[in-house]
Design a protein around this ligand. Structure first.
Ligand SMILES: Cc1ncc(COP(=O)(O)O)c(C=O)c1O
Length: 361
Protein backbone atom coordinates (compact mmCIF):
# COMPACT_ATOMS: atom_id res chain seq x y z
CA UNK A 1 0.00 0.00 0.00
CA UNK A 2 1.33 3.47 -0.91
CA UNK A 3 0.61 6.24 1.57
CA UNK A 4 -0.15 8.77 -1.08
CA UNK A 5 -2.72 11.48 -1.54
CA UNK A 6 -3.52 11.95 -5.20
CA UNK A 7 -5.64 14.32 -7.26
CA UNK A 8 -7.08 12.37 -10.14
CA UNK A 9 -7.89 14.72 -13.02
CA UNK A 10 -10.45 13.41 -15.47
CA UNK A 11 -9.70 15.11 -18.77
CA UNK A 12 -12.78 13.63 -20.41
CA UNK A 13 -14.94 15.35 -17.76
CA UNK A 14 -13.09 18.60 -18.51
CA UNK A 15 -13.85 18.26 -22.22
CA UNK A 16 -17.44 17.35 -21.43
CA UNK A 17 -17.80 20.52 -19.34
CA UNK A 18 -16.35 22.63 -22.15
CA UNK A 19 -18.97 21.09 -24.44
CA UNK A 20 -21.66 22.20 -21.94
CA UNK A 21 -20.22 25.73 -22.01
CA UNK A 22 -20.36 25.75 -25.80
CA UNK A 23 -23.90 24.41 -25.87
CA UNK A 24 -25.08 26.95 -23.29
CA UNK A 25 -23.33 29.94 -24.84
CA UNK A 26 -23.61 28.70 -28.41
CA UNK A 27 -23.19 32.13 -29.98
CA UNK A 28 -20.13 33.08 -27.96
CA UNK A 29 -16.45 32.35 -28.16
CA UNK A 30 -14.97 30.69 -25.08
CA UNK A 31 -12.10 32.13 -23.06
CA UNK A 32 -11.26 29.24 -20.73
CA UNK A 33 -10.02 30.57 -17.41
CA UNK A 34 -6.98 28.51 -16.39
CA UNK A 35 -5.29 30.85 -13.91
CA UNK A 36 -3.91 29.61 -10.58
CA UNK A 37 -2.63 26.41 -12.15
CA UNK A 38 -6.06 25.86 -13.73
CA UNK A 39 -7.73 26.06 -10.33
CA UNK A 40 -5.27 23.47 -9.05
CA UNK A 41 -5.80 21.03 -11.93
CA UNK A 42 -2.51 21.67 -13.77
CA UNK A 43 -2.43 24.58 -16.21
CA UNK A 44 -0.46 22.92 -18.98
CA UNK A 45 -2.43 19.65 -19.04
CA UNK A 46 -5.72 21.56 -18.89
CA UNK A 47 -4.66 23.88 -21.72
CA UNK A 48 -3.73 20.88 -23.84
CA UNK A 49 -7.04 19.18 -23.15
CA UNK A 50 -9.07 22.33 -23.85
CA UNK A 51 -7.71 22.75 -27.34
CA UNK A 52 -11.26 23.55 -28.51
CA UNK A 53 -11.42 26.73 -26.42
CA UNK A 54 -11.00 29.95 -28.43
CA UNK A 55 -8.60 31.51 -25.91
CA UNK A 56 -7.17 30.97 -22.45
CA UNK A 57 -7.25 33.46 -19.61
CA UNK A 58 -4.73 33.74 -16.80
CA UNK A 59 -4.35 36.37 -14.10
CA UNK A 60 -0.69 37.26 -14.44
CA UNK A 61 1.98 37.72 -17.08
CA UNK A 62 4.14 35.04 -15.41
CA UNK A 63 1.38 32.47 -15.91
CA UNK A 64 1.09 33.36 -19.59
CA UNK A 65 4.87 33.07 -20.00
CA UNK A 66 4.68 29.57 -18.51
CA UNK A 67 2.06 28.63 -21.09
CA UNK A 68 4.07 30.02 -24.00
CA UNK A 69 7.18 28.22 -22.67
CA UNK A 70 5.12 25.04 -22.77
CA UNK A 71 4.37 25.74 -26.43
CA UNK A 72 0.74 26.78 -26.01
CA UNK A 73 0.31 28.89 -29.11
CA UNK A 74 -3.27 30.21 -29.19
CA UNK A 75 -4.58 33.48 -27.75
CA UNK A 76 -3.86 34.00 -24.04
CA UNK A 77 -5.56 36.86 -22.20
CA UNK A 78 -3.82 38.29 -19.13
CA UNK A 79 -6.74 39.34 -16.94
CA UNK A 80 -4.83 41.78 -14.75
CA UNK A 81 -2.68 42.97 -17.66
CA UNK A 82 0.87 44.29 -17.27
CA UNK A 83 2.24 46.38 -14.41
CA UNK A 84 5.61 47.50 -15.70
CA UNK A 85 7.29 48.43 -18.98
CA UNK A 86 9.20 45.14 -18.96
CA UNK A 87 5.99 43.14 -18.51
CA UNK A 88 4.48 45.08 -21.40
CA UNK A 89 7.48 44.21 -23.57
CA UNK A 90 7.00 40.53 -22.69
CA UNK A 91 3.31 40.74 -23.56
CA UNK A 92 4.16 42.18 -26.95
CA UNK A 93 6.97 39.73 -27.66
CA UNK A 94 4.83 36.71 -26.73
CA UNK A 95 1.71 38.08 -28.43
CA UNK A 96 -0.34 38.02 -25.25
CA UNK A 97 -3.71 39.77 -25.13
CA UNK A 98 -3.89 42.19 -22.23
CA UNK A 99 -6.61 43.62 -20.06
CA UNK A 100 -6.18 47.35 -19.39
CA UNK A 101 -7.92 48.60 -16.30
CA UNK A 102 -6.06 51.72 -15.13
CA UNK A 103 -4.35 54.93 -16.25
CA UNK A 104 -0.83 53.72 -15.47
CA UNK A 105 -1.20 51.00 -18.07
CA UNK A 106 -2.26 53.53 -20.70
CA UNK A 107 0.81 55.61 -19.88
CA UNK A 108 3.06 52.57 -20.31
CA UNK A 109 1.38 51.83 -23.63
CA UNK A 110 1.82 55.45 -24.77
CA UNK A 111 5.53 55.22 -24.12
CA UNK A 112 5.98 51.93 -25.99
CA UNK A 113 6.90 51.67 -29.63
CA UNK A 114 5.84 48.35 -31.07
CA UNK A 115 6.22 46.92 -34.57
CA UNK A 116 2.89 45.21 -34.29
CA UNK A 117 -0.03 46.33 -32.13
CA UNK A 118 -1.24 44.54 -29.03
CA UNK A 119 -4.71 43.01 -28.59
CA UNK A 120 -6.29 44.89 -25.73
CA UNK A 121 -9.36 44.36 -23.58
CA UNK A 122 -10.56 47.54 -21.88
CA UNK A 123 -12.01 46.62 -18.51
CA UNK A 124 -14.84 48.74 -17.15
CA UNK A 125 -15.79 48.83 -13.49
CA UNK A 126 -19.57 48.48 -13.46
CA UNK A 127 -19.90 47.66 -9.77
CA UNK A 128 -17.35 45.06 -8.72
CA UNK A 129 -14.99 47.87 -7.63
CA UNK A 130 -11.95 45.69 -8.02
CA UNK A 131 -10.33 46.34 -11.42
CA UNK A 132 -11.59 48.56 -14.21
CA UNK A 133 -12.08 52.15 -15.36
CA UNK A 134 -14.73 54.08 -13.52
CA UNK A 135 -17.86 54.88 -15.53
CA UNK A 136 -17.10 58.61 -15.40
CA UNK A 137 -13.78 58.07 -17.19
CA UNK A 138 -14.93 55.59 -19.81
CA UNK A 139 -15.64 58.02 -22.68
CA UNK A 140 -12.26 59.67 -22.38
CA UNK A 141 -10.43 56.35 -22.07
CA UNK A 142 -12.22 54.90 -25.10
CA UNK A 143 -11.23 57.97 -27.10
CA UNK A 144 -7.57 57.67 -26.10
CA UNK A 145 -7.40 53.93 -26.73
CA UNK A 146 -8.92 54.44 -30.18
CA UNK A 147 -6.05 56.76 -31.06
CA UNK A 148 -3.29 54.59 -29.62
CA UNK A 149 -0.99 53.18 -32.33
CA UNK A 150 0.16 50.33 -30.09
CA UNK A 151 -3.35 48.90 -29.81
CA UNK A 152 -4.98 46.65 -32.40
CA UNK A 153 -8.30 48.26 -33.38
CA UNK A 154 -11.05 47.84 -32.58
CA UNK A 155 -10.06 46.98 -29.02
CA UNK A 156 -12.34 44.75 -26.96
CA UNK A 157 -14.45 45.58 -23.92
CA UNK A 158 -15.15 43.69 -20.75
CA UNK A 159 -16.56 43.92 -17.27
CA UNK A 160 -16.83 41.46 -14.39
CA UNK A 161 -19.98 40.53 -12.51
CA UNK A 162 -19.95 40.69 -8.72
CA UNK A 163 -23.16 38.80 -7.88
CA UNK A 164 -23.94 36.59 -10.87
CA UNK A 165 -24.49 33.60 -8.57
CA UNK A 166 -27.39 35.39 -6.86
CA UNK A 167 -30.41 35.19 -9.12
CA UNK A 168 -32.48 37.30 -6.71
CA UNK A 169 -30.12 40.26 -6.73
CA UNK A 170 -30.56 43.34 -8.98
CA UNK A 171 -26.81 43.78 -9.15
CA UNK A 172 -26.23 41.81 -12.36
CA UNK A 173 -28.99 43.53 -14.31
CA UNK A 174 -27.67 46.90 -13.12
CA UNK A 175 -24.10 46.06 -14.12
CA UNK A 176 -25.15 44.86 -17.58
CA UNK A 177 -27.32 47.93 -18.18
CA UNK A 178 -24.49 50.24 -17.17
CA UNK A 179 -22.01 48.35 -19.36
CA UNK A 180 -24.35 48.60 -22.35
CA UNK A 181 -24.81 52.34 -21.83
CA UNK A 182 -21.07 52.94 -21.55
CA UNK A 183 -20.07 50.98 -24.65
CA UNK A 184 -23.01 51.86 -26.88
CA UNK A 185 -20.82 53.88 -29.28
CA UNK A 186 -17.99 51.38 -29.61
CA UNK A 187 -17.71 48.45 -31.96
CA UNK A 188 -15.24 46.12 -30.21
CA UNK A 189 -16.11 42.62 -29.07
CA UNK A 190 -17.55 42.33 -25.57
CA UNK A 191 -17.29 39.95 -22.64
CA UNK A 192 -19.25 40.03 -19.39
CA UNK A 193 -19.88 36.60 -17.98
CA UNK A 194 -18.05 34.15 -15.75
CA UNK A 195 -19.56 30.68 -15.13
CA UNK A 196 -22.52 31.85 -13.05
CA UNK A 197 -23.20 34.66 -15.48
CA UNK A 198 -23.18 32.49 -18.55
CA UNK A 199 -25.46 29.90 -16.96
CA UNK A 200 -27.96 32.21 -15.27
CA UNK A 201 -27.93 35.44 -17.31
CA UNK A 202 -27.98 34.35 -20.94
CA UNK A 203 -28.55 37.88 -22.27
CA UNK A 204 -25.12 38.80 -20.92
CA UNK A 205 -23.22 36.13 -22.88
CA UNK A 206 -22.05 38.49 -25.70
CA UNK A 207 -19.11 37.74 -28.07
CA UNK A 208 -17.02 36.00 -25.42
CA UNK A 209 -17.76 34.09 -22.22
CA UNK A 210 -15.13 33.50 -19.51
CA UNK A 211 -15.92 30.27 -17.66
CA UNK A 212 -13.66 29.00 -14.91
CA UNK A 213 -15.24 26.95 -12.16
CA UNK A 214 -17.82 25.24 -14.39
CA UNK A 215 -15.07 23.82 -16.61
CA UNK A 216 -13.77 22.00 -13.55
CA UNK A 217 -17.23 20.71 -12.68
CA UNK A 218 -17.65 23.09 -9.75
CA UNK A 219 -20.99 24.63 -9.07
CA UNK A 220 -21.13 28.40 -9.25
CA UNK A 221 -24.46 28.51 -7.36
CA UNK A 222 -25.09 27.83 -3.71
CA UNK A 223 -28.69 26.68 -4.20
CA UNK A 224 -28.21 24.26 -7.11
CA UNK A 225 -26.12 21.13 -7.71
CA UNK A 226 -23.48 21.13 -10.45
CA UNK A 227 -25.15 18.08 -12.06
CA UNK A 228 -28.28 20.22 -12.58
CA UNK A 229 -26.29 21.87 -15.33
CA UNK A 230 -24.92 18.57 -16.58
CA UNK A 231 -21.41 19.28 -15.28
CA UNK A 232 -19.05 16.51 -14.18
CA UNK A 233 -16.38 16.83 -11.48
CA UNK A 234 -12.90 16.89 -12.96
CA UNK A 235 -10.82 16.50 -9.80
CA UNK A 236 -11.21 13.54 -7.46
CA UNK A 237 -9.06 14.11 -4.41
CA UNK A 238 -8.26 10.86 -2.68
CA UNK A 239 -6.00 8.97 -0.35
CA UNK A 240 -6.24 5.77 1.66
CA UNK A 241 -6.68 4.35 5.12
CA UNK A 242 -3.45 4.04 7.09
CA UNK A 243 -4.82 2.56 10.33
CA UNK A 244 -8.05 1.56 12.05
CA UNK A 245 -8.54 1.91 15.84
CA UNK A 246 -11.25 0.84 18.20
CA UNK A 247 -11.82 3.80 20.52
CA UNK A 248 -13.73 3.30 23.77
CA UNK A 249 -16.45 5.61 25.06
CA UNK A 250 -14.79 8.64 26.68
CA UNK A 251 -11.51 8.35 24.75
CA UNK A 252 -10.47 11.22 22.52
CA UNK A 253 -9.04 11.38 19.01
CA UNK A 254 -6.34 13.65 17.58
CA UNK A 255 -4.72 16.95 18.63
CA UNK A 256 -6.25 18.67 21.60
CA UNK A 257 -8.48 15.69 22.24
CA UNK A 258 -11.11 17.70 20.40
CA UNK A 259 -13.41 14.75 19.71
CA UNK A 260 -14.48 12.36 22.43
CA UNK A 261 -16.21 9.08 21.62
CA UNK A 262 -19.76 8.92 22.98
CA UNK A 263 -19.71 5.13 22.46
CA UNK A 264 -17.20 2.52 21.35
CA UNK A 265 -16.27 3.63 17.82
CA UNK A 266 -14.16 2.51 14.90
CA UNK A 267 -11.88 5.29 13.75
CA UNK A 268 -9.94 5.21 10.48
CA UNK A 269 -6.80 7.31 10.08
CA UNK A 270 -6.64 8.58 6.49
CA UNK A 271 -3.45 9.78 4.81
CA UNK A 272 -4.54 13.29 3.92
CA UNK A 273 -4.09 16.54 5.80
CA UNK A 274 -3.70 20.27 5.45
CA UNK A 275 -0.20 19.60 4.08
CA UNK A 276 -2.01 18.21 1.04
CA UNK A 277 -4.61 20.95 0.88
CA UNK A 278 -7.38 19.28 2.84
CA UNK A 279 -8.97 22.23 4.65
CA UNK A 280 -7.60 22.72 8.17
CA UNK A 281 -10.96 24.18 9.21
CA UNK A 282 -13.14 21.31 7.98
CA UNK A 283 -15.66 20.89 10.74
CA UNK A 284 -16.33 17.62 12.50
CA UNK A 285 -18.96 15.80 10.48
CA UNK A 286 -17.46 16.73 7.10
CA UNK A 287 -18.21 13.77 4.79
CA UNK A 288 -15.72 11.48 3.06
CA UNK A 289 -16.51 8.51 0.82
CA UNK A 290 -15.12 5.02 1.45
CA UNK A 291 -16.26 2.09 -0.69
CA UNK A 292 -19.33 4.13 -1.71
CA UNK A 293 -20.27 4.72 1.95
CA UNK A 294 -20.25 8.05 3.73
CA UNK A 295 -18.08 8.39 6.80
CA UNK A 296 -17.50 11.55 8.78
CA UNK A 297 -14.53 13.56 9.99
CA UNK A 298 -13.84 13.51 13.72
CA UNK A 299 -11.24 15.55 15.61
CA UNK A 300 -8.86 18.11 14.17
CA UNK A 301 -7.28 17.95 10.74
CA UNK A 302 -3.53 17.28 11.04
CA UNK A 303 -0.83 18.08 8.50
CA UNK A 304 -0.70 14.53 7.12
CA UNK A 305 -3.82 12.79 8.34
CA UNK A 306 -7.44 13.03 9.34
CA UNK A 307 -9.59 10.70 11.42
CA UNK A 308 -12.99 9.49 10.27
CA UNK A 309 -15.66 7.59 12.12
CA UNK A 310 -16.38 4.36 10.24
CA UNK A 311 -18.47 2.73 12.99
CA UNK A 312 -21.56 2.62 10.78
CA UNK A 313 -19.72 1.47 7.63
CA UNK A 314 -19.25 -2.11 6.42
CA UNK A 315 -16.23 -4.03 5.13
CA UNK A 316 -13.62 -1.36 5.49
CA UNK A 317 -9.93 -2.29 5.60
CA UNK A 318 -6.57 -0.62 5.91
CA UNK A 319 -5.48 0.49 2.44
CA UNK A 320 -8.98 1.22 1.16
CA UNK A 321 -9.37 4.32 -0.99
CA UNK A 322 -10.96 7.36 0.60
CA UNK A 323 -12.47 10.07 -1.59
CA UNK A 324 -12.24 13.52 -0.02
CA UNK A 325 -14.16 15.18 -2.87
CA UNK A 326 -14.94 14.54 -6.50
CA UNK A 327 -16.63 11.49 -7.98
CA UNK A 328 -19.61 10.66 -5.75
CA UNK A 329 -18.90 13.42 -3.22
CA UNK A 330 -19.57 17.00 -4.39
CA UNK A 331 -16.75 19.37 -3.50
CA UNK A 332 -19.40 21.91 -2.48
CA UNK A 333 -20.43 19.65 0.45
CA UNK A 334 -16.88 19.72 1.77
CA UNK A 335 -16.55 23.44 1.08
CA UNK A 336 -19.73 24.18 3.03
CA UNK A 337 -18.53 22.12 5.99
CA UNK A 338 -15.24 24.02 5.90
CA UNK A 339 -16.84 27.45 5.61
CA UNK A 340 -15.28 28.09 2.24
CA UNK A 341 -15.93 27.69 -1.50
CA UNK A 342 -15.02 25.03 -4.03
CA UNK A 343 -12.55 27.41 -5.77
CA UNK A 344 -10.52 27.67 -2.56
CA UNK A 345 -10.38 23.89 -2.09
CA UNK A 346 -9.36 23.19 -5.71
CA UNK A 347 -6.66 25.88 -5.71
CA UNK A 348 -5.43 24.76 -2.30
CA UNK A 349 -4.32 21.24 -3.29
CA UNK A 350 -0.60 21.43 -2.60
CA UNK A 351 2.42 20.57 -4.68
CA UNK A 352 3.17 17.40 -2.77
CA UNK A 353 -0.01 15.87 -4.21
CA UNK A 354 0.65 14.30 -7.61
CA UNK A 355 -1.95 15.02 -10.27
CA UNK A 356 -2.84 11.81 -12.08
CA UNK A 357 -4.42 12.48 -15.47
CA UNK A 358 -6.99 10.07 -16.80
CA UNK A 359 -9.16 10.08 -19.88
CA UNK A 360 -11.98 7.57 -19.80
CA UNK A 361 -13.32 7.70 -23.33
C1 LIG B 1 -12.16 38.44 -14.72
C2 LIG B 1 -12.59 37.02 -14.51
N1 LIG B 1 -13.37 36.44 -15.43
C3 LIG B 1 -13.79 35.17 -15.29
C4 LIG B 1 -13.47 34.42 -14.17
C5 LIG B 1 -13.98 33.01 -14.02
O1 LIG B 1 -14.89 32.94 -12.96
P1 LIG B 1 -15.62 31.57 -12.58
O2 LIG B 1 -14.56 30.66 -12.11
O3 LIG B 1 -16.56 31.96 -11.48
O4 LIG B 1 -16.30 31.09 -13.81
C6 LIG B 1 -12.68 35.00 -13.19
C7 LIG B 1 -12.35 34.24 -11.97
O5 LIG B 1 -12.13 34.68 -10.90
C8 LIG B 1 -12.23 36.35 -13.35
O6 LIG B 1 -11.47 36.95 -12.44
Amino acid sequence: MINQAVAEIDLSALKHNLAIVKKTAYQSKVMAVIKANAYGHGMYQVAQALIDADAFAVARVAEAVELRDANIKGPIVVLAGFNTASELTICNALELDVVIHCEQQIELLNRANFDKPLTVWMKINTGMNRLGFDPADVTSVIHRLELNQNIRQPFKLMTHLACADDMCSDATANQVTLFDELVSNTIGEQSITNSAGLLAWSYAQRHWVRPGIMLYGGNPFSNKAAEDNGLKPVMTFKSNILAIHRVKKGQSVGYGGAWIASKTSLIATVGIGYGDGYPRHASMGTPVLINKQHAYLVGRVSMDSISVDITECENICIGDDVILWGNGLPIEDVAKASDTISYDLMCGVTERVPRRYIEVN
